[in-house]
Ligand binder design. Structure first.
Ligand SMILES: *Cc1c(COP(=O)(O)O)cnc(C)c1O
Length: 369
C-alpha cells in the first residue's frame, strides 16, 4: 500500500545524519531537536503552538483532557472512522455519540451533527478522513452556535488546506485543538510512533504540555492528573528532515490520485470520492466505492496480480462490540454501514511510478469490463 523503503532511500543521508546526531548528543528524551521540530511544524501549519506527543491517539486524549471534558459529557464523532477517535472518549468516561457521514465525501455529516446535539454535548471531533477536510464551514458554525469545542482529528490530513470564510487554513488550524499522527504510513510519518497537538491558545498550549508531562509544570510538582506522552528526540529529528518534503509528498499523492480519478470516473460499478467544497485532498488513502456489490471479488482479482488493497473501514463504530450500545444518529439510512460494505482503498504513496499507477488502473478497469 505504501513504499517507505524507496522514500527513505531518497533522503537516507540526511536522515542517517540526523539520527546519528541525536545518538551522539544522548538527549533522547525532550532533547532540543523536539522543540526545534515543534517550532518548524507550527510555522508550517500556520498555528501558534505545535506540541509533540507519543502518538495520534494520545494527542486526541490529551486534547479532551486539556479542554476539561468531564465524565458524562457527550462528544460527537463520526461512526465511519478509525477506532482511536472513539476509544479515547470511552477511556475518559465521556459519552461518545456516533453520527453518520456523507456518502460522497465519507466525512462527518453536519446535518447528523446538528441532530445529535443535546444539552450535554461538549465537543465535536470531526475526522478529516483519508486526507480531505470535513465541512469546517458548517462545523465551526454549529460549534459556535452551541458553544461547544471542536477538536480536529487531522491524523490523515496534515498538509491539506481549507478555505474557511475566505481565509486559507491548514487542516490543523481550524479548531480549539487539532491532533495529528506521525505513524510511519501517515502523510508525514516517522520511524516509529509519534503525534502532535496544535492550538492558537497560549493557556491551552501550556495545559497540553503539562498534561503530556505527568501533569507537571515544575518538576515533581503535580497539580493535575496527567499522562506520559512524549515525542522521542530521534523521531523529532527524522520528522524535521521530512517536514520540508511534505508538500512535495502531498503533490506526488495528488498526481497518482488524479490519474486514478480520471480513469475511474466513468467506470460503471465504481464511485470515486466526492470533493469537499473549499478543501484540498492530500490522499492519505485513495478510496473507491464499489457499487455493484463486487468489492470483495475486486479485492481478490487485484490480489491475484499482486496488487494490495485494503478495506478502511470494514465495521463502523456503532457496530463494534465495544460500542454497540452507544447512541448513533443518522439522517437518511445508514451510510456508515453502507460504506463499510463497498469501500476499497488502492495503493498510493509518494514514490509510485507512472507505470505502477497505470498497471493498477488497467487491472481495476479490466475487472469491470
Ligand atoms: C492514525 C490515526 C489515529 C491514531 O494515530 P496513532 O498515531 O496510530 O495513535 C487517529 N485517528 C485517525 C483518523 C487516524 O488515521
Amino acid at each position: 500500500m505504501v513504499d517507505l523503503k524507496r522514500q527513505y532511500q531518497n533522503i537516507k543521508t540526511e536522515v542517517d545524519t540526523a539520527i546519528q546526531e541525536v545518538i551522539e548528543s544522548t538527549a533522547f528524551i525532550r532533547g532540543g531537536k523536539v522543540r526545534e521540530f515543534e517550532d518548524n511544524l507550527a510555522k508550517y501549519a500556520g498555528v501558534k503552538h505545535a506540541i509533540g506527543c507519543g502518538n495520534g491517539t494520545d494527542a486526541l486524549q490529551i486534547a479532551c483532557m486539556a479542554l476539561g471534558l468531564q465524565e458524562g459529557d457527550e462528544v460527537i464523532v463520526p461512526s465511519f472512522t478509525f477506532i482511536a477517535s472513539a476509544e479515547i472518549i470511552a477511556l475518559l468516561k465521556l459519552t461518545p455519540i456516533f453520527v453518520d457521514v456523507d456518502y460522497d465525501t465519507m466525512n462527518i455529516s453536519v446535518e447528523a451533527v446538528k441532530k445529535a446535539i443535546t444539552s450535554k454535548t461538549k465537543a465535536i471531533i470531526p475526522v478529516h478522513l483519508f486526507g480531505q477536510c470535513a465541512d469546517m464551514t458548517g462545523l465551526t458554525k454549529v460549534a459556535k452556535d452551541h458553544n461547544i469545542f471542536l477538536i480536529e482529528d487531522a491524523c490523515q490530513a496534515l498538509g491539506a488546506t481549507y478555505m474557511l470564510n475566505g481565509e486559507q487554513k491548514s487542516a490543523v488550524g481550524m479548531s480549539d485543538i487539532a491532533c495529528t499522527s506521525f505513524f510511519p504510513s501517515k502523510n508525514l510519518g516517522c520511524y516509529g510512533d509519534g503525534g502532535a497537538l496544535f492550538t492558537n491558545d497560549d493557556e491551552l498550549a501550556a495545559n497540553i504540555r503539562q498534561i503530556a508531562n505527568h501533569g507537571s509544570r515544575v518538576k515533581y510538582h503535580h497539580d493535575i492528573v496527567g499522562v506520559n506522552s512524549r515525542l522521542d528526540t530521534i523521531q523529532a529529528a527524522i520528522l524535521d528532515v521530512k517536514l520540508p518534503h511534505l508538500d512535495d509528498y502531498c503533490k506526488a499523492r495528488q498526481k497518482v490520485a488524479a490519474k486514478y480519478n480520471e480513469a475511474f470516473a466513468n467506470v460503471k460499478g465504481l464511485d470515486i470520492t466526492g470533493t469537499v467544497e473549499n478543501s484540498t485532498h492530500v490522499y492519505h488513502q485513495y478510496t473507491l466505492k464499489v457499487t455493484n456489490g463486487k468489492r470483495d471479488a475486486l479485492k481478490a482479482h487485484l490480489a491475484e496480480q499482486n496488487i494490495p488493497s485494503m478495506v478502511y473501514y470494514p465495521i463502523p463504530m456503532h457496530q463494534q462490540k465495544a460500542y454497540e450500545n452507544e447512541r448513533y444518529v443518522s439522517v437518511e439510512g445508514d451510510v456508515s454501514a453502507q460504506l463499510s460494505e463497498c469501500v476499497i482503498s488502492l495503493p498510493i504513496h509518494t514514490e509510485m511510478t507512472a507505470e505502477e499507477n497505470e498497471f493498477i488502473i488497467e487491472k481495476v478497469v479490466e475487472f469491470f469490463d
